[in-house]
Design a protein around this ligand. Structure first.
Ligand SMILES: Nc1nc2c(ncn2[C@@H]2O[C@H](COP(=O)(O)OP(=O)(O)OP(=O)(O)O)[C@@H](O)[C@H]2O)c(=O)[nH]1
Ligand SMILES: [Mg+2]
Length: 435
């Protein structure tokens, strides 16, 4: 046995039904993703059970034969003690309970897996409150089911041993859950108001130049955030490493100054209860003047991930914000020839896209240029004369505008500048003879 491992890994199997409408590729991609999600939670997946069916079995999600196969595997065949069955769909409380009873393993469906990851990764007060609401919402019907089971009908059926679990659940007061949800919702409303004020203040101070990094989980958004802003945001090869929006200034600083925000990652079939929390953390994205949609070009399922992101952006009405597609991790796509081939293909298919690696400083510098270029296109050029008597404005001029040329004579300095209309107006006002 390994002696260095402090925590015993929890061994798990994955189980999934493939419906007729789902292609093999799509199905495989979803299973791979579930295994990644499981790994993020610290599970070690030892086996996968799949079954093609016209629909889910109403009793226990999988058909009888497949259930038996899993039962045999966990009780006789597997070398490890299997603790959990991970199911790649959201299933009903009774389906989960029946599957649990037949196999002797705890059952976690895809929703619960994602909720658990969000729960573990939530750091800020707002994120924690939102995740707790989602978890309580997920739990509530499951408690109700348990209560029903413990009722007269449930008692009749409870010879199988489900009764103990059912009864302990009934002790949890559903009203308490409702009250707790209401309480959390009030907290969130208060926090949102606070956040809105902060945001408004920030915008007033710094103008509106802002970009938001959006995209599927693990695409490399936080890595790019770090590279573009020189900040120390969390980067991890885990799904949903980032749950809160962070805002930093583009570095090296540009004219105009650009704010960059890093956001929560997207995923297929986001649990219903998380949608609200997810949307509110994406508010920043809606405020941005430019969205940087980051895509992991080295992931075989990137097209599906791209489509999911596009879909969610449309749902939150962010599809009207100008968008730049960034195909990241090109360094991770095979050898040099494969990378060149992939780059060419992407450029052809998505004409205005950026293909890059967040790990290559030259690529990051080019992206920096592209972002600055986007905002500079909205800038205006002007001529300004700064008499020697008004040199106190010189610092501000250099801070807010780009100086294209400077020429001095005995009365003062002439500047050719480029900057935001508002910034130039403001300087002009204070320079006018009347002022
Ligand atoms: N090879 C390679 N790996 C990268 C690149 N960009 C990011 N990564 C890695 O991909 C993993 C995920 O990166 P993150 O920046 O945390 O991804 P994210 O999009 O912020 O993910 P979430 O916060 O979970 O949504 C990390 O292990 C990074 O080191 C890249 O250009 N090339
Ligand atoms: Mg991140």
């Amino acid at each position: 046995m390994q002696t260095e491992v402090k925590e015993k890994p929890v061994y798990a199997v994955v189980a999934a039904v493939q419906l007729p409408s789902v292609s093999d590729i799509e199905f495989e991609a979803s299973l791979t993703e579930l295994r990644e999600l499981a790994k993020t939670l610290g599970f070690q997946v030892v086996e996968t059970f799949i079954q093609k069916r016209a629909g889910f079995d109403t009793t226990a999600y999988l058909g009888v034969g497949k259930r038996q196969e899993i039962h045999d595997f966990v009780s006789h065949i597997a070398d490890e003690e299997i603790g959990v069955i991970l199911v790649d769909h959201e299933i009903s409380p009774s389906q989960a309970r029946n599957l649990e009873k037949e196999t002797g393993c705890e059952v976690m469906d895809r929703t619960m897996v994602i909720l658990e990851i969000f729960h573990r990764n939530a750091r800020s007060r707002a994120a924690r409150a939102q995740v707790e609401i989602a978890r309580l919402g997920y739990m509530a019907p499951r408690l109700r089911e348990a209560a029903k089971l413990a009722g007269p009908q449930g008692r009749q059926r409870s010879g199988v041993g489900g009764r103990g679990a059912g009864e302990s659940h009934t002790e949890l007061d559903r009203r308490k859950i409702r009250d707790r949800i209401a309480e959390l919702q009030l907290e969130i409303v208060a926090m949102e108001a606070e956040r809105r004020t902060q945001r408004a203040r920030r915008q007033e101070r710094q103008g509106l130049a802002s970009v938001a990094l959006v995209g599927y989980t693990n695409a490399g958004k936080s890595t790019l955030m770090r590279a573009l802003t020189g900040s120390e945001v969390l980067v991890a090869n885990k799904l949903f490493a980032t749950l809160d929006t962070t805002v930093r200034t583009l570095y090296p600083e540009s004219v105009p100054r650009v704010l960059v925000s890093d956001t929560v990652g997207f995923i297929k079939n986001l649990p219903h209860g998380l949608v609200a929390s997810f949307k509110s953390t994406l508010d920043e994205a809606l405020d941005a003047s430019l969205l940087l949609h980051v895509i992991d070009a080295s992931d075989p399922g990137f097209e599906r991930q791209l489509a999911v992101t596009d879909h969610v952006l449309a749902e939150i009405n962010a599809d009207t914000v100008p968008r730049l597609r960034i195909f990241n991790k090109i360094d991770h796509v095979g050898d040099e020839a494969a990378q060149a081939e992939c780059t060419a293909r992407l450029r052809e298919q998505y004409p205005d896209c950026v293909v890059m690696s967040a790990r290559r400083p030259d690529d990051v510098a080019r992206l920096h240029q592209t972002i600055v270029g986007f905002f500079q296109a909205a800038l205006v050029e002007a001529e300004l004369f700064l008499p020697w008597s008004a040199q106190q404005l010189r610092g501000e001029l250099f801070a807010t505008c780009q100086v294209l040329a400077e020429r001095a004579d005995e009365n003062g300095a002439f500047f050719s500048i480029r900057g935001e209309q508002a910034a130039i107006e403001s300087l002009r006002e204070r320079l006018s003879p009347a002022g």
